[in-house]
Design a protein around this ligand. Sequence first.
Ligand code: MN
Ligand code: MN
Length: 307
Amino acid sequence: MISVFGHLNPDTDAITAALVYARLLNRQGEAATAYRLGELNFETAFVLHEAGVDAPELLPDLPARSVVALVDHNESAQSAPNLAELDVRYVVDHHKLGDLMTAKPPYLRFEPVGCTGTILNKLWREAGLPLEATDARLLLSAILSDTLEFRSPTTTQADRDAAAFLAPIAGIGDVSAYAMQMFAAKSDLGDTPAERLLKMDYKVFSFGAQTWGLGVIETTNPAYVFGRQAELIAAMQAEKATSNLGGIVLSVVDILNESNRMLIPSAAEAQVVQAAFGAQTQGQVADLGDKISRKQQIVPALEKHFS
Ligand code: MN
Ligand code: MN
């Protein structure tokens, strides 16, 4: 049995990629089950509900040497806690290659595109298998989510082509209206505790000797997030101390205006973001302008800064 899962603090791509890749492996005669490594965010819950699909189960403690397939990530810091003991046999991803180690020759499919869903669409087509409407909907949703409906600088022509191919199969006539519904669901944060808001889309990266926590909140309503700034800063300070981080930041990305205002808890982070991005800071907020992609703009600049 192959356990298929995306990264910790899963997003829509991590969840839908696990579901759709497990289904592809099944169709190709491999026994595979999709899992998740955390709670669904509100956007993903909306997507699964609209598609009439149950969320995958939480990944159980896998015994050593269990066969796994990683989707939408490859770095151990973003994966199952005992990844080093597991037998990574497949990886389908669109992130930079990190510290991946395998016991046996793996199947690897990496492409520098905006979404794992774009790669999975290709894999289904290469396998000569027809996508069901539900799977097409899941992949399209992931593409819209990861590319912020093609606004993110990570968007490629392959993502646009995949979305155009998938929309009619999914039965979604007005893609923009559907994307707005997804973003509204994602932005409807209600009284979610600040600790959970911080961790909803949160990844840990090592830059030389330092470990940083990089959170993102993508929203159509940044005013709501800044209304909770004090709580969020407190949650960030607590996480920084608990996890012994060199720094922690939280990007508040305005989806519709394509801008990023980043929360920074202390002078240490302010100094780094000023140096790494030339960003202006005011109190505990740094203006990152149109640098809205953690993968393509934030992480590379921090890597360069710390190297
Ligand atoms: Mn992801
Ligand atoms: Mn992704």
